[in-house]
Design a protein around this ligand. Structure first.
Ligand code: COA
Length: 571
């Protein structure tokens, strides 16, 4: 991708200053101009105050991650400047609040700087709150961001807050444009020109999971709020009544998973979403779902842990918990999404798998993806195949846990004459009645594990990026895949022999595919955002591969340059 087609704008300031709104408006304007957008946000756990960052990458070609660093940096305050000044390298563009702001920067040689008196202008207009719209006006003129579309999205957002608020923000936006036009443009950075509109939407990872749930035929959602997963419930709450479904807010995570088990027993397609601490609380009832063979879907939007950890920060550290966080031998399927498009499509897959295999399915997303907005092809409801559980046909005597060829037994909805059965946490025989017979416990384990054992053959479990032999193969998961894709492309462009292996089915592990990939690579590097190298651990445990772990855990995702550098080190 040429640099002219690929612009990265970073905006940073204090939580409450409207950094997120500015970024959202610019991202929406670029998407409406037909361009590809990938955003990244990071902010503190406080509602107000603390360092808040929003990065927008916009291109005329597909983008897979937030990029290495920025081309344009807009600082709302001194803290934002201090946090980013080491990245102000020759050629970068710096837009900052001056005079009238709380800092006076030192401009490094080669950095193109534009001083815009954002705070001062907003105060003169009578509303310091609108400082962010002054900044946005200036950015629109300086970097070719459609002013008309920005005005539209600004109006849509603020008219809900009242005429007065809309009015001062529109005036602030105009003032910002005037200030931007008043500085001498010394750089050549600009957002690419609009291209003919494509059939795309711009949506966040969390909203995309909610959309996928509704496209997947969701009938019941039990919600308990937790950062960074709460927006999934907000999306579902808004839209599920339109399809006749129900959302209930439970009193805690244990209650929410219990409600999901109950709804599943009652015959409904159901789910909940949480983050690491919530998934820990759900683990006992997930064991019951395995034992009772109840279709249950849980989304885990991973955040920095353990405990309350870094609630608003990115991490991929729940793989151990998702796969093995249970008592006894309790099988489940674990999937993980790469990007916002996956958030839609794999939520449908996860609901389908829960129904098909009558077991818990955990879908892993992460904090970076949760808040990232991306342009994706508009989902077509008719393109999804929906799966419902195998149901009893009412013939003969009903055995809830009857042994069948595929080890999946027909379920009878409560109230079906003759289909009465109990589903408890106790081991049971074919009828559902408790059984302590040793051979029965073994047979039932075989049934519960056996029904998902062949999943790697029927579901596209991995994607291989590249052909032939390679000196280094990169295996990674979750949103790090998008970063690895770009790193692999850059390394190949330099003539290096590098391949990628991107699993989406994390458990049961598609061991044969891992082994086949590793046979084509001299060394295997596994980048992931956790301290212990959790995927590396599973690779060592389940395959003959001896990977080189590459872990970071500072609450931020990788960028492509980090992986490029590491691969060169390994080589
Ligand atoms: N005029 C009027 N209102 C404006 C405005 C303007 N010019 N610019 C922004 N706002 C409003 C926004 O609309 C938003 O209000 P809304 O919530 O009603 O939509 C609010 O001010 C905050 O602005 P926004 O741009 O969304 O965010 P921000 O950049 O100021 O950052 C956050 C605030 C996101 C950091 C903070 O609110 C937050 O959510 N923190 C994390 C909390 C959390 O999850 N903690 C973890 C608990 S475990």
């Amino acid at each position: 991708m040429s640099k002219e087609n690929d612009l990265i704008i970073r905006i940073a300031g204090e939580g409450g200053e409207g950094v997120v709104s500015t970024g959202d408006f610019i991202a929406a304007a670029c998407a409406r101009a037909g361009l590809e957008v990938y955003t990244f946000k990071t902010f503190p756990a406080e509602i107000k105050g603390g360092y808040c960052l929003y990065q927008i990458r916009v291109s005329s070609e597909r983008v897979y991650n937030q990029g290495d660093t920025f081309d344009v940096f807009c600082a709302y305050n001194g803290e934002a400047y201090e946090m980013n000044k080491h990245l102000l390298t020759p050629g970068t563009v710096f837009v900052y609040d001056y005079p009238g702001g709380d800092f006076e920067p030192v401009i490094p040689d080669g950095v193109i700087a534009y001083a815009i008196p954002m705070s001062q202008a907003a105060k003169e207009l009578g509303s310091y709150r609108s400082k962010n719209m002054v900044a946005m006006g200036a950015l629109s003129v300086l970097f070719n961001i459609s002013e008309e579309t920005l005005r539209q999205v600004l109006t849509n957002k603020f008219k809900k807050k009242g005429e007065e608020i809309l009015d001062f923000n529109l005036r602030a936006f105009e003032k910002g444009k005037e200030l931007g036009a008043g500085v001498k443009k010394l750089d050549t950075r600009r957002v690419a020109d609009p291209v003919p509109a494509k059939d795309v939407i711009i949506i966040s990872g969390n909203d995309a999971v909610g959309m996928g749930a509704l496209l997947g035929g969701l009938e019941f959602y039990s919600a308990y709020p937790i950062t960074p997963a709460t927006e999934i419930a907000k999306f579902v709450a808004t839209h599920i009544p339109k399809v006749g479904g129900t959302l209930v807010q439970a009193e805690d995570e244990i209650a929410s998973i219990a409600q999901v088990l109950g709804a599943s027993y009652a015959g409904k397609k159901c789910m909940t979403a949480t983050s690491g601490p919530g998934l820990s609380l759900m683990s006992e009832l997930l064991g019951m779902a395995s034992m009772g063979e109840l279709p249950v879907m849980v989304v885990d939007v991973q955040r920095g842990g353990p405990s309350t950890g870094l609630p608003t920060k990115h991490e991929q550290s729940d793989l151990f918990l998702a796969i093995h966080g249970t008592h006894g031998d309790a099988p489940r399927v674990v999937l993980s999404v790469e990007d916002v498009k996956d958030c839609v499509e794999m939520t449908v897959d996860a609901l389908n798998m829960a129904e098909r295999f009558q077991c818990p399915v955990i879908l892993l997303s992460d904090g970076s993806l949760a808040f990232s907005t991306q342009t994706i092809p508009a989902p077509k409801p008719e393109s999804f195949t929906l799966v419902s559980r195998k149901r009893w046909d009412g013939q003969g005597k009903y055995f809830r846990y009857a042994m069948t060829d595929d080890l999946i037994s027909p379920m009878a909805d409560p109230g079906t004459p003759g289909g009465e059965h109990i589903a408890t946490g106790l081991e049971h025989g074919a009828s559902g009645s408790p059984s302590w017979v040793p051979a029965n416990h073994e047979a039932m384990h075989h049934k519960r594990f056996g029904k998902i054992a062949g999943l790697a053959e029927t579901y596209k479990p991995v994607e291989v990026d590249g052909d032939g032999d390679a000196d280094v193969g990169i295996i990674t998961w979750g949103s790090t895949i998008g970063v690895a894709r770009e790193a692999v492309a850059r390394l190949r462009a330099e003539g290096l022999k590098v391949k990628g292996f991107y699993p989406k089915l994390m458990w049961p592990m598609p061991v044969a595919q891992y082994e086949a990939f590793a046979k084509t690579c001299k060394k295997i590097l596994v980048p992931e955002v956790n301290y212990q190298g959790q995927l590396s651990h599973f690779i060592r445990a389940e395959t003959s591969i001896r990977p080189i772990p590459y872990t970071i855990c500072g609450g931020l995702p990788f960028n492509p340059a980090m992986i490029v550098t590491k691969v060169k080190e390994v080589l």
